[in-house]
Design a protein around this ligand. Structure first.
Ligand SMILES: *Cc1c(COP(=O)(O)O)cnc(C)c1O
Length: 354
């Protein structure tokens, strides 16, 4: 592809890998030896560099801190039994990253920096990819504005980084979820479809309030009626009703186009289920619960892959599920793992070899 990409590589003098205890790997806590960095200036990306993971220098006036031009991605890399390393669907993340960039009035990042840079960085830190079942290397690309200027306008300079974090099995304990009726995550015309930092900042108050009521997260609803379902916390949501899987559609731009959502829909169809992307409201979910056709409700996202919901509460209505009796979510998860681990054929071309 791109031998042309000129990357200055500076290696660490001593790897931190020996100090790592892979039995204790909380999500997002530890970072590998190296990172990728690039700067946008005068209309072009330059200084593409791989160097030791290290702090950044910034001025207090740095634009991103004040006006929030900041976007990111979350991707995973795995190793198969023969130590071959693969990245899962990174081109989908590249596409989404650049959609987020456009919405936030930021420059796009070229494929050769995003994909080829990522491959070279991971190749250098390959020994950090845990070769254990359900372990992975979490990849975090991020871009933010770096102008040193207090004035509201799109920044003229940006920094793009990729950092890597080894992660253990993300045990997704079945969640208790509260249907949100006060706060709003996204409205048509807003930024809900983009993976920008502010969406997360704006969601924390709702999650904390839900936790105080004994719930793990909220199920976001539309801004006008608080009835139409959007996402569960920072994951897409899937309802299994009868033999149909229903997930909110992307049409209004209020929902993130999850790569896991798409992978799960593909596998559900492969399993012979009907899959519908459409508007779905809480009344339909409650009716299905009452007539016994609502079988499973779960979140989907790169970190947890599939997160089952054991309790869903809307006003005074409580819907409970025996997640241990579920058939569909575990089958989807197993099929996805088999593809990722190279135990099943990569029929959808999801794996990019390093
Ligand atoms: C990242 C994210 C998801 C999940 O997307 P994946 O590509 O499956 O990881 C879902 N919703 C929100 C709001 C997100 O930020």
């Amino acid at each position: 592809m791109t031998e042309a990409l000129d990357i200055l590589v500076t290696k660490v003098e001593r790897s931190k890998l020996n100090e790592m205890n892979f039995d204790e790997l909380p999500f997002g806590r530890y970072f590998t030896d190296h990172m990728l960095e690039a700067d946008y200036e005068n209309g072009e990306w330059k200084n593409v560099e791989i160097k030791p993971y290290q702090p950044l220098l910034m001025e207090p006036s740095m634009a991103a801190l004040h006006y929030g031009q900041a976007i990111f991605e979350g991707i995973k890399a795995y190793k198969d039994e023969n130590s071959n390393a693969f990245i899962f669907r990174p081109y989908d993340n590249l596409r989404r990253f650049n959609l987020s960039a456009e919405r936030m009035n930021m420059p796009t990042v070229p494929e050769e920096i995003f994909i080829e840079g990522m491959r070279r960085l991971i190749a250098l830190d390959k020994n950090w990819i845990p070769q254990r079942k359900d372990y992975a290397l979490y990849i975090r690309p991020v871009m933010f504005s770096t102008d040193q200027f207090l004035g509201v306008r799109p920044s003229e300079t940006y920094k793009f980084l990729i950092i890597l974090s080894p992660t253990g099995p993300y045990f997704a304990a079945p969640m208790k979820i509260l249907v949100e009726e006060k706060y709003t995550r996204a409205a048509p015309g807003g930024v809900g479809f983009s993976k920008n930092a502010g969406n997360y900042g704006g969601s924390l108050r709702a999650a904390t309030d839900a936790r105080e009521k004994g719930y793990d997260q909220v199920l976001w609803t539309d801004a006008f009626e608080h009835k139409w379902l959007q996402e569960v916390g920072m994951m897409n949501v899937m309802f299994i009703i009868g033999n149909t899987a229903i997930t909110p559609s992307l049409d209004e731009g209020t929902i993130l186009n999850g790569v896991t959502r798409d992978s799960v829909m593909t596998i559900l169809r492969e399993m012979g289920m009907e899959v519908e992307e459409r508007k779905i409201n809480i009344d339909e979910v409650m009716d299905a619960y009452k007539n016994g056709t609502l079988k499973e409700v779960f979140g989907t996202g790169t970190a947890a892959v599939i997160a089952p919901i054991k309790e869903l509460r809307y006003k005074d209505h409580v819907m409970q599920f025996d997640t241990t009796a579920w058939k569909i979510a575990p089958a989807v998860k197993a099929r996805l793992s088999a593809i990722r681990e190279g135990k099943a054929d990569d029929v959808y071309n999801w794996l990019v070899r390093i």
